[in-house]
Design a protein around this ligand. Structure first.
Ligand SMILES: [Zn+2]
Length: 260
């Protein structure tokens, strides 16, 4: 399995990262994609990549919750990083209006700019969307040139939302521990999305799946997400692992050796 979205570079893992990575390998996780948050986290991503070079890949981007007045300066500086290392995606990028709508306009502009990086570099996007699907689709509809490929990470919308996204492109949908929560309706989306457009993720350290709900999440627990997806789709865990690994390998252009 591939954990396609994990913040395991976060300080929460500084005391036991080696042990946590060993548990991920033992649980059958073959590769982990690290989405970036802001300028400061870039160095953390690189440090983790240097320690586990074949096991993790990095994405570069400014998280919507990190967008402020100075978003343009930040992106100018971040863009220099694009030339200086190997990135498998632009992310996580998007719009988040859940806590704060102050920088709504700036979030939309920052998303547009970073989607253009995807086109320039032929990289997929990793979208973070919270209470903002209309805004993200508006940016996409006004993009002007064909959109890049990408994934809507932590997708928790409705069936109509899936259809709305699909109208803009043949995108992937990230499914994480939320699918294991009792009150969640994400399982209803699974057959609509289809196994071949699902990416498994943890979003560690957040959103730990049942039976670990409320604890610090970690990549090994993507196995609980896979098991839950298999149950809802009435298929084997092996099939879920195989199909989602193939999708993540293709989307992020990971090499076959990296994901064995
Ligand atoms: Zn994230």
């Amino acid at each position: 399995m591939i954990d396609s979205h994990s913040h395991i570079y976060a300080p929460e893992f500084d005391d036991d990262r080696d042990e946590m990575m060993a548990r991920a390998r033992a649980a059958g996780v073959s590769h982990i994609v690290l989405p970036n948050e802001n300028l400061a986290t870039v160095e953390r991503l690189k440090a983790v990549r240097d320690r586990y070079p074949d096991y993790v890949s990095m994405a570069l981007g400014l998280h919507p919750e990190e967008v402020r007045e100075n978003w343009q300066e930040i992106l100018d500086e971040m863009k220099l990083q694009l030339n200086q290392d190997h990135w498998v995606a632009i992310g996580e990028i998007g719009v988040d209006l859940y806590w704060d709508k102050t920088y709504r306009e700036q979030q939309l502009e920052a998303l547009d700019t970073q989607l253009r990086w995807c086109v320039e570099r032929e990289l997929p996007f990793i979208i973070h969307c919270r209470e903002a699907l209309d805004e993200i689709l508006w940016v996409m509809d006004n993009f002007g040139t064909p959109l890049p490929q990408g994934v809507f990470h932590c997708f928790t919308g409705t069936v109509t939302d899936v259809e709305q996204v699909r109208r803009r492109g043949d995108f992937y949908f990230g499914v994480n521990g939320v699918v294991t929560f009792k009150k969640s309706t994400v399982h209803e989306l699974l057959p609509i999305i289809g196994l071949d457009r699902i990416l498994l993720e943890t979003d560690a350290p957040y959103l730990a799946p049942v039976p670990h709900r409320g604890q610090r999440n970690e990549s090994a627990w993507v196995a609980h997400v896979a098991q839950c997806v298999a149950q809802w789709l009435q298929t084997d865990l092996d099939v879920v692992a195989q199909v989602t690994t193939a999708s993540a390998t293709k989307l992020f252009h990971l090499s076959q050796q990296q994901t064995k």
